[in-house]
Design a protein around this ligand. Structure first.
Ligand SMILES: C[S@@+](CC[C@H](N)C(=O)[O-])C[C@H]1O[C@@H](n2cnc3c(N)ncnc32)[C@H](O)[C@@H]1O
Length: 274
């Protein structure tokens, strides 16, 4: 299966915006489930993942942050509120940009937080214009994530930081090649993964110095099962948008993802020298 183009991805997010709200909540990313009592809600767990990645960055008041693939703007607004930073968010979904700007306005943050429609493959910003670039669960969508990382390095000021949260290919039971082939098969072009080592090599090639890395797979893994559970409960609503066969394929995919040992999740930061 070929990977969808940025336009197709944007159209998909636009078409399923309401359904995605009900599926994932305000944050369109996985949760971080570290409470052994199991009492954490999906909304709490997704917020925890934002805080976990932001905590690896040490944001400073006045920092200018570019959020690549900003979703509905929730992570950006949370970081701007907690750290007094300025944010520009971009998304390939027009509906998300509209919703995110609306959310910033309601939070009275529209003087500090703005969202624009743009393709991360062609970042419309001058060189060295941000202190921080943030990409939480967006790089797996990109036709060429290494190109986006080079773009991120270009727009970072010397001394600037990059933060990434992304699906990762993690060591599994069958050895690297067989694990990768299995994940490719289960991912069907929707979730494309690379290993932590590939990330580190490409960060260095882009002129960045890797800083903190954390394989958080064991804490994010319950997200797929939660998504399957919620999606199943949304069957009637989903069938107003998609055919029953497509619904079953998607539900099956969430379940397959939840059982795939090599489909992991990583958090990474890097720094631009200077
Ligand atoms: C899984 S959502 C994550 C959203 C947000 N980062 C969050 O954590 O809530 C993926 C995001 O990547 C964006 N995206 C995907 N491809 C893109 C591209 N080529 N350029 C800009 N944004 C893109 C989508 O529009 C969406 O906002």
């Amino acid at each position: 299966m070929t990977k969808p183009t940025p336009n197709e991805i944007g159209q998909g997010y636009d078409a399923f915006a309401d359904l995605l709200d009900q599926l994932w909540g305000e944050n369109l990313h996985h949760g971080y489930w570290d409470d052994p009592s199991g009492g954490t809600t999906l909304e709490e767990a997704t917020t925890k993942l934002t805080d976990k990645l932001a905590g690896m960055l040490s944001l400073r008041a006045g920092d200018q942050l570019l959020d690549i693939g900003c979703g509905n703007g929730e992570p950006a607004i949370r970081m701007a509120t907690a750290n007094d930073i300025m944010v520009t968010g971009i998304s390939i979904s027009e509906k998300q940009v509209e919703r995110a700007n609306d959310r910033a306005f309601k939070a009275e943050l529209d003087d500090k937080v703005v969202f624009e429609y743009a393709d991360a493959m062609d970042l419309p910003f001058p060189d060295e214009s941000f202190d921080v670039v943030w990409a939480l669960e967006s790089l797996h969508h990109m036709p060429d994530r290494w190109h986006v990382i080079r773009q991120a390095a270009r727009v970072l000021r010397p001394g600037g930081r990059l933060a990434i949260g992304d699906f990762l290919l993690v060591p599994g039971p069958a050895g690297p090649e067989a694990d990768a082939a299995r994940v490719r098969e289960v991912g069907k072009g929707v979730v494309a993964v690379v290993s932590l080592d590939e990330y580190l090599d490409h960060l260095r090639e882009a002129g960045l110095e890797p800083a903190a890395t954390e394989d958080v797979s064991r804490y994010t893994r319950p997200s797929w099962a939660k998504a399957a559970e919620r999606f199943e409960a949304l069957r009637e609503q989903a069938l107003q948008h998609i055919e029953a066969a497509q619904f079953d394929v998607t539900l099956g995919r969430f379940r397959a993802f939840s059982e795939e040992p090599s489909l992991g999740y990583g958090l990474l930061t890097a720094r631009k020298p200077g």
